[in-house]
Design a protein around this ligand. Sequence first.
Ligand SMILES: NC(=O)CC[C@H](N)C(=O)O
Length: 465
Amino acid sequence: MFAPATRRASTTLTTTATATTATAFATIRTLATLTSTDQKKPPQPTVPGPAAEPPTLPAALHLSTGYTFKGVSFGAPLKNKKISGEVVFTTSLVGYTESMTDPSYSGQILVFTQPLIGNYGVPSDSARDAFGLSKYFESNRVQVRGIVVNDYAAKHSHWAAVESLGQWCARYGVPAISGVDTRAIVSLLRQRGSTLGEIAVAASPSSPIPEPTPALEIDNPNARNLCALASTKESYVVNPSGDVHIALIDCGVKQNIIKCLANRGAKVTVLPWDHDVTKDSTKYDGVILSNGPGDPSHMGKTVANVKAIMYKDQGRIPTPIFGICMGNQVLGLAAGYKTYKMPFGNRGHNQPCIDLTTGKCVITSQNHGYAIDDSVDVPGWMPYFRNANDGSNEGVRHQLLPYSSVQFHPEACGGPEDTDYLFDNFLNEARAFKRERKRVEPPVVEKPKVRYVPGVAGVRSSVEF
Ligand SMILES: NC(=O)CC[C@H](N)C(=O)O
């Protein structure tokens, strides 16, 4: 999708081989700049061109449980085709552009419980911030498979809007249906649990809507490793002059996680989901495990890499690790917890959670269908937050070491910013780690006195501070 900077530079070098010496030197300098790890910039998107307001066509949402909801299409005209996905609902009132570009939603058809959607349009997808990241969105494209709304606002108004929600969906080939009873759909999703479904759109205003696919033949996106598809393929650096260097394991990262770190002065190297930082010569001052789509049981490689960091930290100053959402599930699995699929998940910007270390309640932004099962204790670890609505686990932390994670999204976008202090806490730990490591360098490499085996009673790591 993106032309890597290094490949572009190599082509330039080849084609200028016969040019003047001065030009060749200039090109070599460019190549050297672009291939230096620190200069690899965030990939820039290929933005599809403008689209006309899509036609209103007969459409339906077919659920694998046998229900069909008929409405009208206002997004990509599928021309007698269907798209399928896991049908999930969000209780968020605003933030449809942020949710729809959140890679954690890839493979999903998103139902909005807020009845009126589209009233403030969509801002520019080519606008970039000072770090070269998308100014308004959580990734470089629309990630949801399709959207379902009760009432689509045919007219929009906002100072930043450049197009309507329908036009935006059409440009990215994403179907959208309105005029359906979203309260009834959500009731069914809550009763029946996780449900696959399809959006079907007629070819013309007078043609029939395509019939549902038999339930067992509908593709289940969660059967695949969606994080591998959502992750960056090549590493890149954001805010190269930052004072503290964070390795971000990208399982489908939301842009605002990177921004929350870079805005607090961190240099962030974004790495593919299966990257093993223990093999790098680069010294990172902390590791972030990002959010990401799908089932955490596909994340065995990332879990093994996190275990490798914790094992390598035995007898040393431990590297701070902080996980968010999928990152929480990955850290939990590395610690020795199990994960499970929730009946219908928690998605919205109004989920109350109790910080178990202080007893304080915070309102959080969430988007997950899986959770950590903390009913069985893991020695050395403890639950960190708990959902005040359904009692589900909302995070875990090590009792002594700077390893922690949360199931919700402290970066919000959309949603409340009650928990963005967690980025301050993590970066404080990363800066303390950097100072301590500098003080004792070269590091005292000691054989671990106690081997770290997560989940085995009575065993915990020995660490020197
Ligand atoms: N936002 C996320 O990272 C979601 C994690 C995981 N895909 C889940 O649904 O539970």
